[in-house]
Design a protein around this ligand. Structure first.
Ligand code: OGA
Ligand code: MN
Length: 230
């Protein structure tokens, strides 16, 4: 019954591109392989690497103006927002558009737009446990992280750890940033962290947003009302 299990993934078996919406609805997250073609992964990796090598990335913050000391205690990575200046970016955005449409069709989330940035974690880089949106206050609904690192091993660490909830140390999954892996999770509901990496770690983080958080549907409401276990 199990498909190929990646040696550096612990948690449920990685999903193919057919059954991820059900996993996302049931678990609040999904780890997906094979959605982004190999050659596009290579082009995205090359672009991220070139930006890194030519110093085009900015040190990431956590949104508190001028408090850089706090920033570097919480996260240490460098980012560059997509600006649609390459075919790799627009090809990736096109795939994320199919994700958006699938989620809206199957899970009724009313996702409206998407924003993404390249991220590089250099050796020692990390991002402490957090959620990507605070309930009710932001309009990020669904988070995506895509990885472009070949031959990642458990010793390299830099794992994305997904926690069951805010209170516990119980983890739902530990995902290593292996080439071609895409993770989707609910931005408000899934606490997660990036453990320190020992290698340069290349990724694309992105967020699907709704227009107005107040009136947008939520997955919890939808599944309760419909009574479906999706
Ligand atoms: C983020 C984040 C996870 C990862 O950028 O908010 O949690 O695995 N990234 O890079
Ligand atoms: Mn995050």
């Amino acid at each position: 019954m199990h498909a190929v299990l990646s040696p550096v993934h612990s948690g449920p078996a990685p999903l193919t591109h057919q059954n991820w919406p059900a996993a996302l609805a049931g678990d609040g997250y999904a780890v997906i392989h094979g959605l982004v073609p190999h050659e596009l992964c290579l082009r995205l990796q090359a672009e991220a690497r070139a930006a890194h090598e030519t110093d085009k990335l900015d040190r990431a913050g956590i949104g508190r103006v001028d408090d850089h000391t706090l920033d570097t205690r919480v996260r240490r990575d460098k980012t560059k927002w997509f600006d649609r200046t390459s075919a790799a970016q627009t090809d990736y955005l096109e795939i994320m558009e199919t994700v958006r449409q699938t989620v809206n069709r199957e899970l009724f989330l009313g996702l409206f737009s998407y924003e993404a940035h390249f991220a590089v974690y250099e050796p020692g880089g990390f991002y402490k446990r957090h959620v990507d949106a605070f309930r009710g206050s932001r309009n990020r609904v669904l988070s995506s992280v895509f990885y472009m690192n070949e031959n990642w091993s458990a010793e390299d660490d830099g794992a994305l750890v997904i926690y069951a909830d805010d209170e516990t140390e119980t983890t739902l999954a530990t995902v290593y940033p292996e080439f071609g892996t895409l993770v989707l999770f609910l931005s408000e509901d899934i606490p997660h962290e990036v453990r320190p990496t020992t290698r340069d770690r290349y990724s694309i983080a992105g967020w699907f947003r709704v227009n107005d958080r107040q009136t947008a549907p939520s997955l919890q409401v939808v599944s309760r009302v419909s009574g479906l276990s999706l």
